[in-house]
Unconditional design. Structure first.
Length: 126
């Protein structure tokens, strides 16, 4: 398996998280996740395109104007990849972002995401 497979999957993942509106987000989620794909982190556990889209939409509402960016490189083997990300103002260094984490994804045969296991490294205190 080539590194491109992992990088393509992660690029689609960020396209979904940074989509500008419900319709664009639904298309991006369908391109990134398999139909029965899921997302799990300490605050969420959802399965399927609609649920993943709704989760992403909720995060976008909670953090308006912020964008997800890759911090570092994508590391993958077999059908698994890991990467770190930051959620902050566009163009801001990842270390200054209010939210940051690391995710591990498992890919389906078609290269779309089967599952995401998310870890929140930094979140704002509420």
């Amino acid at each position: 398996m080539t590194q491109d497979r992992y990088e393509t999957a992660v690029a689609r993942y960020f396209e979904a998280w940074n989509a500008a509106g419900a319709e664009e987000r639904a298309k991006a989620v369908a391109a990134a996740w398999s139909e029965d794909g899921g997302y799990t982190d300490p605050l969420a556990d959802v399965t399927g395109h609609e649920a993943v889209s709704a989760l992403i939409g909720g995060v976008a509402e909670q953090f308006p104007g912020l964008v997800f960016t890759l911090t570092g490189s994508v590391d993958g083997h077999h059908d698994i990849a890991r990467f770190s990300w930051a959620l902050g103002p566009e163009g801001a260094p990842g270390g200054t972002a209010p939210v940051a984490g690391s995710d591990v994804i498992t890919l389906a045969e078609d290269g779309r995401i089967r599952s995401v296991s998310g870890f929140l490294d930094r979140i704002p205190q509420v």
